[in-house]
Design a protein around this ligand. Structure first.
Ligand code: 5AD
Ligand code: SF4
Length: 491
Protein backbone atom coordinates (compact mmCIF):
# COMPACT_ATOMS: atom_id res chain seq x y z
CA UNK A 1 0.00 0.00 0.00
CA UNK A 2 1.11 3.52 -0.63
CA UNK A 3 0.29 6.16 1.87
CA UNK A 4 1.04 9.73 2.63
CA UNK A 5 1.96 11.29 5.91
CA UNK A 6 -0.60 11.89 8.59
CA UNK A 7 -3.09 9.72 10.40
CA UNK A 8 -3.21 6.43 8.61
CA UNK A 9 -5.85 3.79 8.43
CA UNK A 10 -3.19 1.20 7.83
CA UNK A 11 0.01 2.83 8.99
CA UNK A 12 2.87 1.27 7.03
CA UNK A 13 5.43 2.49 9.54
CA UNK A 14 3.67 0.54 12.29
CA UNK A 15 3.20 -2.80 10.56
CA UNK A 16 4.89 -5.53 12.53
CA UNK A 17 5.48 -3.23 15.47
CA UNK A 18 6.19 -4.93 18.77
CA UNK A 19 4.23 -3.50 21.58
CA UNK A 20 5.70 -2.87 25.00
CA UNK A 21 4.36 -1.73 28.32
CA UNK A 22 6.23 -0.72 31.48
CA UNK A 23 6.44 -3.67 33.91
CA UNK A 24 3.99 -3.48 36.79
CA UNK A 25 4.37 -4.97 40.29
CA UNK A 26 2.68 -8.37 40.01
CA UNK A 27 4.60 -10.46 37.54
CA UNK A 28 4.66 -14.20 37.01
CA UNK A 29 7.98 -13.76 35.21
CA UNK A 30 6.41 -14.91 31.94
CA UNK A 31 7.19 -12.89 28.87
CA UNK A 32 4.88 -11.93 26.01
CA UNK A 33 6.09 -10.85 22.57
CA UNK A 34 3.17 -9.14 20.83
CA UNK A 35 3.44 -8.07 17.20
CA UNK A 36 0.65 -6.29 15.32
CA UNK A 37 -0.42 -5.75 11.73
CA UNK A 38 -3.35 -4.07 10.01
CA UNK A 39 -5.61 -1.17 10.81
CA UNK A 40 -5.91 1.04 13.88
CA UNK A 41 -8.69 -1.19 15.12
CA UNK A 42 -6.28 -4.10 15.22
CA UNK A 43 -3.70 -2.07 17.14
CA UNK A 44 -6.44 -1.09 19.59
CA UNK A 45 -7.31 -4.79 19.96
CA UNK A 46 -3.69 -5.58 20.77
CA UNK A 47 -4.04 -3.21 23.73
CA UNK A 48 -6.97 -5.29 24.94
CA UNK A 49 -4.93 -8.49 24.47
CA UNK A 50 -2.00 -6.99 26.41
CA UNK A 51 -4.35 -5.91 29.18
CA UNK A 52 -5.72 -9.45 29.51
CA UNK A 53 -2.26 -11.06 29.59
CA UNK A 54 -0.78 -8.49 31.95
CA UNK A 55 -3.73 -9.34 34.19
CA UNK A 56 -2.33 -12.89 34.14
CA UNK A 57 1.07 -11.68 35.31
CA UNK A 58 2.80 -11.42 31.93
CA UNK A 59 5.43 -8.82 31.07
CA UNK A 60 6.04 -7.65 27.50
CA UNK A 61 9.32 -8.10 25.66
CA UNK A 62 10.76 -6.88 22.35
CA UNK A 63 13.04 -9.89 22.03
CA UNK A 64 11.22 -12.87 20.53
CA UNK A 65 13.94 -15.25 21.71
CA UNK A 66 13.24 -14.56 25.36
CA UNK A 67 9.46 -14.86 24.96
CA UNK A 68 7.36 -17.56 26.60
CA UNK A 69 4.45 -16.57 24.39
CA UNK A 70 4.51 -15.00 20.92
CA UNK A 71 1.24 -13.49 19.75
CA UNK A 72 0.88 -12.00 16.31
CA UNK A 73 -2.25 -9.97 15.71
CA UNK A 74 -2.91 -10.26 12.01
CA UNK A 75 -4.63 -8.59 9.06
CA UNK A 76 -6.34 -10.29 6.11
CA UNK A 77 -7.42 -7.31 4.05
CA UNK A 78 -5.10 -7.94 1.10
CA UNK A 79 -3.10 -10.92 0.05
CA UNK A 80 0.25 -9.14 0.54
CA UNK A 81 -0.61 -8.50 4.22
CA UNK A 82 -1.11 -12.22 4.72
CA UNK A 83 2.07 -13.16 2.85
CA UNK A 84 4.15 -10.88 5.05
CA UNK A 85 2.70 -12.42 8.19
CA UNK A 86 3.18 -15.95 6.90
CA UNK A 87 6.90 -15.35 6.46
CA UNK A 88 7.04 -13.97 10.02
CA UNK A 89 5.42 -17.18 11.29
CA UNK A 90 8.31 -19.16 9.81
CA UNK A 91 10.75 -16.95 11.74
CA UNK A 92 8.82 -17.53 14.95
CA UNK A 93 8.87 -21.24 14.28
CA UNK A 94 12.66 -21.05 14.07
CA UNK A 95 12.81 -19.34 17.47
CA UNK A 96 10.58 -22.09 18.84
CA UNK A 97 12.97 -24.76 17.61
CA UNK A 98 15.54 -23.35 20.04
CA UNK A 99 12.97 -23.12 22.83
CA UNK A 100 10.31 -25.81 22.30
CA UNK A 101 8.14 -24.77 25.27
CA UNK A 102 7.49 -21.41 23.60
CA UNK A 103 3.83 -20.91 22.63
CA UNK A 104 3.01 -19.23 19.32
CA UNK A 105 -0.46 -17.81 18.75
CA UNK A 106 -2.02 -16.20 15.73
CA UNK A 107 -4.74 -13.68 16.54
CA UNK A 108 -7.02 -11.39 14.58
CA UNK A 109 -8.36 -11.35 11.05
CA UNK A 110 -6.06 -13.86 9.36
CA UNK A 111 -6.65 -16.29 12.23
CA UNK A 112 -10.37 -15.88 11.75
CA UNK A 113 -10.13 -16.34 7.98
CA UNK A 114 -7.92 -19.43 8.00
CA UNK A 115 -9.37 -20.95 11.17
CA UNK A 116 -7.45 -24.08 12.17
CA UNK A 117 -5.52 -24.41 8.88
CA UNK A 118 -2.35 -22.83 10.28
CA UNK A 119 -2.50 -25.11 13.31
CA UNK A 120 -3.55 -28.43 11.88
CA UNK A 121 -2.32 -28.51 8.29
CA UNK A 122 0.70 -26.29 8.43
CA UNK A 123 1.58 -26.74 12.12
CA UNK A 124 2.87 -23.17 12.28
CA UNK A 125 1.13 -22.13 15.48
CA UNK A 126 -0.20 -23.50 18.78
CA UNK A 127 -3.11 -21.12 19.26
CA UNK A 128 -5.61 -19.65 16.82
CA UNK A 129 -7.79 -16.89 18.24
CA UNK A 130 -10.24 -14.75 16.26
CA UNK A 131 -11.00 -11.09 17.10
CA UNK A 132 -13.91 -11.91 19.43
CA UNK A 133 -12.14 -14.55 21.52
CA UNK A 134 -9.50 -12.58 23.44
CA UNK A 135 -11.14 -13.10 26.83
CA UNK A 136 -10.53 -16.78 26.22
CA UNK A 137 -6.74 -16.37 25.75
CA UNK A 138 -5.76 -17.40 29.32
CA UNK A 139 -7.84 -20.53 28.85
CA UNK A 140 -6.36 -21.23 25.39
CA UNK A 141 -2.87 -20.87 26.86
CA UNK A 142 -3.58 -23.40 29.58
CA UNK A 143 -5.08 -25.79 27.01
CA UNK A 144 -1.79 -25.69 25.09
CA UNK A 145 0.20 -26.15 28.30
CA UNK A 146 -1.77 -29.29 29.00
CA UNK A 147 -1.09 -30.60 25.51
CA UNK A 148 -4.33 -29.76 23.71
CA UNK A 149 -5.11 -27.86 20.54
CA UNK A 150 -6.39 -24.40 21.19
CA UNK A 151 -8.65 -22.75 18.64
CA UNK A 152 -11.35 -20.19 19.25
CA UNK A 153 -12.69 -18.50 16.16
CA UNK A 154 -16.23 -17.95 17.37
CA UNK A 155 -17.59 -14.60 16.34
CA UNK A 156 -19.85 -12.87 18.80
CA UNK A 157 -22.89 -10.66 18.35
CA UNK A 158 -22.26 -8.88 21.65
CA UNK A 159 -18.55 -8.75 22.48
CA UNK A 160 -17.17 -5.19 22.58
CA UNK A 161 -14.59 -5.65 25.37
CA UNK A 162 -16.38 -2.66 26.93
CA UNK A 163 -15.22 -3.40 30.48
CA UNK A 164 -11.57 -4.12 29.66
CA UNK A 165 -9.40 -1.06 29.95
CA UNK A 166 -6.77 -1.37 27.26
CA UNK A 167 -3.15 -0.85 28.28
CA UNK A 168 -1.64 1.83 26.08
CA UNK A 169 1.26 0.29 24.23
CA UNK A 170 4.21 2.34 23.01
CA UNK A 171 2.15 5.46 22.58
CA UNK A 172 3.22 9.08 22.73
CA UNK A 173 1.06 9.59 25.84
CA UNK A 174 -0.94 12.26 23.99
CA UNK A 175 -3.11 10.50 21.41
CA UNK A 176 -5.07 7.28 21.89
CA UNK A 177 -7.56 5.11 20.04
CA UNK A 178 -10.91 4.27 21.60
CA UNK A 179 -12.89 1.55 19.95
CA UNK A 180 -16.63 2.37 19.83
CA UNK A 181 -17.96 -0.55 17.83
CA UNK A 182 -16.86 -3.83 16.26
CA UNK A 183 -17.62 -5.75 13.09
CA UNK A 184 -19.26 -4.58 9.91
CA UNK A 185 -22.60 -5.32 8.23
CA UNK A 186 -21.98 -3.45 4.99
CA UNK A 187 -20.89 -6.34 2.81
CA UNK A 188 -18.86 -4.41 0.25
CA UNK A 189 -18.21 -7.09 -2.34
CA UNK A 190 -14.37 -6.83 -2.17
CA UNK A 191 -14.03 -6.88 1.59
CA UNK A 192 -13.11 -9.68 3.95
CA UNK A 193 -13.90 -7.72 7.15
CA UNK A 194 -17.52 -8.86 7.61
CA UNK A 195 -16.17 -12.44 7.59
CA UNK A 196 -13.23 -11.84 9.90
CA UNK A 197 -14.76 -9.40 12.35
CA UNK A 198 -18.37 -10.51 12.26
CA UNK A 199 -21.59 -8.61 12.74
CA UNK A 200 -21.62 -4.98 13.63
CA UNK A 201 -22.22 -4.10 17.28
CA UNK A 202 -21.94 -0.85 19.19
CA UNK A 203 -20.26 -0.35 22.53
CA UNK A 204 -22.06 1.11 25.54
CA UNK A 205 -21.50 4.90 25.44
CA UNK A 206 -21.02 5.02 29.20
CA UNK A 207 -17.95 2.78 28.96
CA UNK A 208 -16.64 4.93 26.09
CA UNK A 209 -17.00 8.09 28.18
CA UNK A 210 -15.41 6.45 31.23
CA UNK A 211 -12.43 5.33 29.16
CA UNK A 212 -12.10 8.78 27.59
CA UNK A 213 -12.24 10.56 30.96
CA UNK A 214 -9.53 8.27 32.27
CA UNK A 215 -7.37 9.00 29.24
CA UNK A 216 -7.76 12.74 29.83
CA UNK A 217 -6.83 12.33 33.50
CA UNK A 218 -3.78 10.33 32.43
CA UNK A 219 -2.60 13.26 30.33
CA UNK A 220 -3.94 12.25 26.90
CA UNK A 221 -5.21 15.15 24.80
CA UNK A 222 -6.67 13.44 21.75
CA UNK A 223 -8.89 10.43 21.19
CA UNK A 224 -9.75 8.82 17.87
CA UNK A 225 -13.07 6.97 18.00
CA UNK A 226 -12.72 3.81 15.97
CA UNK A 227 -15.21 1.71 14.07
CA UNK A 228 -15.45 0.14 10.61
CA UNK A 229 -18.47 2.35 9.96
CA UNK A 230 -18.92 4.91 12.73
CA UNK A 231 -22.03 6.40 11.12
CA UNK A 232 -24.05 3.32 11.92
CA UNK A 233 -23.14 3.47 15.62
CA UNK A 234 -26.35 3.21 17.64
CA UNK A 235 -26.97 2.53 21.30
CA UNK A 236 -30.33 2.15 22.84
CA UNK A 237 -30.88 1.95 26.60
CA UNK A 238 -31.84 -1.71 26.64
CA UNK A 239 -29.11 -3.16 24.48
CA UNK A 240 -28.04 -3.68 20.92
CA UNK A 241 -29.78 -2.38 17.84
CA UNK A 242 -30.15 -5.86 16.39
CA UNK A 243 -33.01 -6.39 18.85
CA UNK A 244 -35.04 -3.54 17.32
CA UNK A 245 -37.14 -3.42 14.13
CA UNK A 246 -35.19 -2.13 11.10
CA UNK A 247 -37.56 0.82 10.58
CA UNK A 248 -36.97 2.02 14.15
CA UNK A 249 -33.20 1.67 13.73
CA UNK A 250 -33.24 3.63 10.47
CA UNK A 251 -35.43 6.36 11.92
CA UNK A 252 -33.21 6.62 15.00
CA UNK A 253 -30.01 6.72 12.93
CA UNK A 254 -31.46 9.60 10.91
CA UNK A 255 -32.77 11.45 13.98
CA UNK A 256 -36.34 11.14 12.73
CA UNK A 257 -38.11 9.79 15.83
CA UNK A 258 -40.30 12.00 18.05
CA UNK A 259 -38.06 13.70 20.62
CA UNK A 260 -39.20 11.50 23.54
CA UNK A 261 -38.29 8.37 21.57
CA UNK A 262 -35.16 9.72 19.94
CA UNK A 263 -33.70 10.70 23.31
CA UNK A 264 -33.54 7.03 24.30
CA UNK A 265 -30.96 6.48 21.57
CA UNK A 266 -27.35 7.50 21.25
CA UNK A 267 -26.38 7.98 17.60
CA UNK A 268 -22.85 8.69 16.43
CA UNK A 269 -23.66 12.42 16.30
CA UNK A 270 -24.82 12.21 19.96
CA UNK A 271 -21.76 10.20 20.96
CA UNK A 272 -19.41 12.73 19.36
CA UNK A 273 -20.99 15.50 21.43
CA UNK A 274 -20.77 13.45 24.63
CA UNK A 275 -17.08 12.71 24.05
CA UNK A 276 -16.36 16.34 23.08
CA UNK A 277 -17.82 17.43 26.42
CA UNK A 278 -15.36 15.34 28.44
CA UNK A 279 -13.02 18.36 28.27
CA UNK A 280 -12.56 21.28 25.86
CA UNK A 281 -8.82 20.49 25.79
CA UNK A 282 -9.44 16.97 24.55
CA UNK A 283 -9.40 16.71 20.78
CA UNK A 284 -11.79 14.24 19.20
CA UNK A 285 -11.23 12.49 15.87
CA UNK A 286 -12.99 9.51 14.34
CA UNK A 287 -12.60 6.92 11.65
CA UNK A 288 -14.05 5.54 9.40
CA UNK A 289 -17.06 7.36 7.95
CA UNK A 290 -19.16 5.76 5.28
CA UNK A 291 -20.58 7.83 2.42
CA UNK A 292 -23.71 5.66 2.44
CA UNK A 293 -24.54 6.19 6.11
CA UNK A 294 -23.11 9.58 7.05
CA UNK A 295 -25.77 12.11 8.08
CA UNK A 296 -25.67 15.90 8.27
CA UNK A 297 -26.32 15.50 12.01
CA UNK A 298 -22.69 14.38 12.41
CA UNK A 299 -21.54 17.47 10.52
CA UNK A 300 -23.60 19.76 12.76
CA UNK A 301 -22.21 18.08 15.89
CA UNK A 302 -18.73 18.73 14.50
CA UNK A 303 -19.46 22.44 14.07
CA UNK A 304 -20.78 22.76 17.63
CA UNK A 305 -17.46 21.87 19.27
CA UNK A 306 -14.10 23.42 18.50
CA UNK A 307 -12.37 20.35 19.91
CA UNK A 308 -13.96 17.98 17.35
CA UNK A 309 -11.33 18.03 14.61
CA UNK A 310 -12.40 19.24 11.20
CA UNK A 311 -11.25 16.19 9.33
CA UNK A 312 -13.24 13.37 7.76
CA UNK A 313 -11.94 10.14 6.31
CA UNK A 314 -14.52 9.27 3.67
CA UNK A 315 -13.47 6.30 1.52
CA UNK A 316 -14.72 6.61 -2.05
CA UNK A 317 -13.13 3.38 -3.45
CA UNK A 318 -14.05 4.33 -7.05
CA UNK A 319 -15.34 7.38 -8.90
CA UNK A 320 -17.55 5.39 -11.23
CA UNK A 321 -21.16 4.47 -10.49
CA UNK A 322 -21.11 1.10 -12.28
CA UNK A 323 -18.04 0.00 -10.34
CA UNK A 324 -19.49 1.34 -7.08
CA UNK A 325 -22.58 -0.76 -7.73
CA UNK A 326 -20.47 -3.87 -8.33
CA UNK A 327 -18.64 -3.08 -5.11
CA UNK A 328 -22.04 -2.89 -3.34
CA UNK A 329 -21.09 0.43 -1.80
CA UNK A 330 -24.67 1.72 -1.69
CA UNK A 331 -23.96 5.13 -3.29
CA UNK A 332 -23.35 6.53 -6.76
CA UNK A 333 -20.73 9.03 -7.91
CA UNK A 334 -23.45 11.72 -7.68
CA UNK A 335 -24.42 10.71 -4.11
CA UNK A 336 -20.77 10.92 -3.08
CA UNK A 337 -20.43 14.37 -4.66
CA UNK A 338 -23.53 15.53 -2.75
CA UNK A 339 -22.04 14.23 0.53
CA UNK A 340 -18.87 16.22 -0.02
CA UNK A 341 -20.86 19.28 -1.06
CA UNK A 342 -22.71 19.23 2.24
CA UNK A 343 -19.44 18.78 4.17
CA UNK A 344 -17.97 21.77 2.33
CA UNK A 345 -21.12 23.85 2.87
CA UNK A 346 -21.44 23.12 6.58
CA UNK A 347 -17.67 23.15 7.35
CA UNK A 348 -15.69 24.92 4.63
CA UNK A 349 -12.43 24.40 6.54
CA UNK A 350 -12.89 20.62 6.85
CA UNK A 351 -10.25 18.39 5.27
CA UNK A 352 -11.19 15.13 3.61
CA UNK A 353 -9.15 12.01 2.98
CA UNK A 354 -10.13 8.81 1.22
CA UNK A 355 -9.41 5.20 0.30
CA UNK A 356 -9.25 4.12 -3.34
CA UNK A 357 -9.14 0.66 -4.89
CA UNK A 358 -7.89 0.51 -8.45
CA UNK A 359 -8.31 -2.31 -10.95
CA UNK A 360 -11.50 -3.76 -9.49
CA UNK A 361 -13.10 -6.51 -11.62
CA UNK A 362 -13.93 -5.30 -15.16
CA UNK A 363 -12.88 -1.67 -14.54
CA UNK A 364 -12.36 0.07 -17.91
CA UNK A 365 -9.95 2.90 -18.73
CA UNK A 366 -12.88 5.37 -18.79
CA UNK A 367 -14.01 4.16 -15.38
CA UNK A 368 -10.48 4.60 -14.07
CA UNK A 369 -10.57 8.17 -15.48
CA UNK A 370 -13.76 8.73 -13.46
CA UNK A 371 -11.79 7.96 -10.29
CA UNK A 372 -9.09 10.45 -11.28
CA UNK A 373 -11.63 13.16 -12.08
CA UNK A 374 -13.49 12.63 -8.80
CA UNK A 375 -10.19 12.86 -6.91
CA UNK A 376 -9.51 16.21 -8.58
CA UNK A 377 -12.98 17.47 -7.79
CA UNK A 378 -12.84 16.31 -4.14
CA UNK A 379 -9.35 17.79 -3.55
CA UNK A 380 -8.38 15.13 -1.02
CA UNK A 381 -5.77 16.02 1.58
CA UNK A 382 -4.60 12.40 1.73
CA UNK A 383 -5.51 9.11 0.15
CA UNK A 384 -4.74 5.48 0.91
CA UNK A 385 -4.48 3.80 -2.45
CA UNK A 386 -4.58 0.08 -3.22
CA UNK A 387 -4.68 -2.31 -6.16
CA UNK A 388 -7.58 -4.69 -5.93
CA UNK A 389 -6.65 -7.96 -4.22
CA UNK A 390 -9.18 -10.77 -4.52
CA UNK A 391 -10.14 -12.22 -1.13
CA UNK A 392 -11.44 -15.77 -0.82
CA UNK A 393 -15.07 -16.03 0.26
CA UNK A 394 -16.09 -12.48 -0.66
CA UNK A 395 -18.99 -11.74 -3.05
CA UNK A 396 -16.56 -10.35 -5.65
CA UNK A 397 -14.53 -13.56 -5.58
CA UNK A 398 -17.68 -15.61 -6.07
CA UNK A 399 -19.40 -13.46 -8.69
CA UNK A 400 -16.76 -11.60 -10.71
CA UNK A 401 -13.53 -12.35 -12.47
CA UNK A 402 -10.36 -10.64 -11.22
CA UNK A 403 -9.61 -9.73 -14.83
CA UNK A 404 -7.44 -6.61 -14.68
CA UNK A 405 -3.82 -7.65 -15.21
CA UNK A 406 -1.25 -6.86 -12.51
CA UNK A 407 0.55 -4.54 -14.97
CA UNK A 408 -2.59 -2.52 -15.67
CA UNK A 409 -3.45 -2.39 -11.97
CA UNK A 410 0.05 -1.14 -11.22
CA UNK A 411 -0.07 1.52 -13.93
CA UNK A 412 -3.48 2.78 -12.82
CA UNK A 413 -2.32 2.82 -9.19
CA UNK A 414 0.72 4.86 -10.18
CA UNK A 415 -1.50 7.40 -11.95
CA UNK A 416 -3.66 7.68 -8.86
CA UNK A 417 -0.66 8.05 -6.56
CA UNK A 418 0.92 10.72 -8.82
CA UNK A 419 -2.29 12.71 -8.91
CA UNK A 420 -2.76 12.44 -5.15
CA UNK A 421 0.77 13.72 -4.59
CA UNK A 422 -0.15 16.88 -6.49
CA UNK A 423 -3.45 17.26 -4.63
CA UNK A 424 -1.77 16.78 -1.24
CA UNK A 425 0.87 19.34 -2.12
CA UNK A 426 -1.80 21.81 -3.19
CA UNK A 427 -3.73 21.33 0.06
CA UNK A 428 -0.61 21.59 2.22
CA UNK A 429 0.47 24.78 0.41
CA UNK A 430 -2.95 26.29 1.11
CA UNK A 431 -1.96 26.19 4.81
CA UNK A 432 1.05 28.50 4.26
CA UNK A 433 0.94 31.95 5.85
CA UNK A 434 -1.81 30.82 8.23
CA UNK A 435 -1.74 30.24 11.97
CA UNK A 436 -2.49 26.64 13.01
CA UNK A 437 -3.49 25.42 16.46
CA UNK A 438 -1.28 22.39 16.99
CA UNK A 439 -1.42 19.67 19.62
CA UNK A 440 2.21 18.71 20.29
CA UNK A 441 2.73 14.95 19.98
CA UNK A 442 6.44 14.24 19.87
CA UNK A 443 9.93 15.22 18.81
CA UNK A 444 10.22 15.37 15.03
CA UNK A 445 11.62 12.19 13.49
CA UNK A 446 13.92 14.22 11.26
CA UNK A 447 15.42 16.61 13.82
CA UNK A 448 15.79 16.43 17.63
CA UNK A 449 15.50 20.24 17.79
CA UNK A 450 12.04 20.25 16.28
CA UNK A 451 8.68 19.14 17.67
CA UNK A 452 5.71 17.94 15.70
CA UNK A 453 1.99 17.70 16.06
CA UNK A 454 -1.08 18.12 13.90
CA UNK A 455 -3.59 20.85 13.17
CA UNK A 456 -7.33 20.26 13.21
CA UNK A 457 -7.24 19.14 9.53
CA UNK A 458 -4.77 16.42 10.52
CA UNK A 459 -1.83 17.96 8.64
CA UNK A 460 1.50 17.37 10.37
CA UNK A 461 3.10 20.62 11.57
CA UNK A 462 6.79 20.84 12.55
CA UNK A 463 8.36 23.74 14.50
CA UNK A 464 11.40 24.55 16.73
CA UNK A 465 11.31 22.95 20.15
CA UNK A 466 11.80 25.98 22.44
CA UNK A 467 10.49 25.13 25.90
CA UNK A 468 7.41 23.40 24.63
CA UNK A 469 6.29 19.95 25.66
CA UNK A 470 4.14 17.23 24.21
CA UNK A 471 0.48 17.46 25.18
CA UNK A 472 0.48 21.29 24.94
CA UNK A 473 -1.49 23.30 22.40
CA UNK A 474 0.41 26.03 20.60
CA UNK A 475 -0.14 28.30 17.63
CA UNK A 476 2.22 27.92 14.71
CA UNK A 477 2.58 30.25 11.74
CA UNK A 478 3.32 28.05 8.72
CA UNK A 479 6.19 29.50 6.70
CA UNK A 480 7.27 26.61 4.47
CA UNK A 481 6.19 23.07 3.64
CA UNK A 482 7.03 19.73 2.12
CA UNK A 483 4.37 17.79 0.20
CA UNK A 484 2.43 16.80 3.32
CA UNK A 485 4.04 18.67 6.25
CA UNK A 486 3.84 22.31 7.29
CA UNK A 487 6.91 23.90 8.86
CA UNK A 488 6.63 27.04 10.93
CA UNK A 489 7.35 29.13 13.98
CA UNK A 490 5.49 29.39 17.26
CA UNK A 491 3.57 32.66 17.58
N1 5AD B 1 -8.30 -5.19 -2.19
C1 5AD B 1 -7.71 -3.97 -2.12
N2 5AD B 1 -8.02 -3.06 -1.19
C2 5AD B 1 -8.97 -3.38 -0.29
N3 5AD B 1 -9.50 -2.68 0.74
C3 5AD B 1 -10.41 -3.47 1.35
N4 5AD B 1 -10.50 -4.65 0.73
C4 5AD B 1 -9.61 -4.63 -0.30
C5 5AD B 1 -9.25 -5.56 -1.31
N5 5AD B 1 -9.83 -6.74 -1.39
C6 5AD B 1 -9.14 -1.30 1.04
C7 5AD B 1 -10.35 -0.38 0.96
C8 5AD B 1 -10.65 -0.09 2.40
C9 5AD B 1 -9.27 -0.12 3.01
C10 5AD B 1 -9.23 -0.27 4.50
O1 5AD B 1 -8.66 -1.22 2.37
O2 5AD B 1 -9.97 0.79 0.27
O3 5AD B 1 -11.31 1.14 2.58
FE1 SF4 C 1 -8.26 -4.30 10.14
FE2 SF4 C 1 -9.56 -5.28 8.04
FE3 SF4 C 1 -7.00 -5.88 8.38
FE4 SF4 C 1 -8.89 -6.89 9.99
S1 SF4 C 1 -8.67 -7.27 7.80
S2 SF4 C 1 -6.92 -5.99 10.62
S3 SF4 C 1 -10.33 -5.20 10.10
S4 SF4 C 1 -7.82 -3.85 7.97
Amino acid sequence: MMSLEGFKIIDESKQGEQMMVEPSGKSSGKKLFLESYGCSMNFADSEVVASILIGQGFQTTKDMNEADVIFVNTCAIRDNAEQKIRSRLFEFKKAKRKKPEMIIGILGCMAERLKSQLLEEEKLVDIVAGPDSYRDLPNLLSQVESGHRAVNVLLSREETYADISPVRLDQNGVTAFVSIMRGCDNMCSFCVVPFTRGRERSRDPESIITETKQLFEDGYREVTLLGQNVDSYLWWGGGQKKELPTETVNAALNHLLPEAEQSKFTTFADLLELVAQVHPDLRVRFSTSNPRDMTDAVLYSMTKFENICKYIHLPVQSGNTRILEKMNRGYSREDYIKRIESIKKIMPECSISTDIITGFCSETEEEHQDTLSLMKWSKYFYAYMFSYSERPGTAAEKKFEDDISPAVKARRLQEIVDLQRLLSEEQTKAGLGKIHKVLIESVSKKSPDMLCGRNTQNTVVVFPKGNHKRGEYINVLATSCTSATLIGTVV
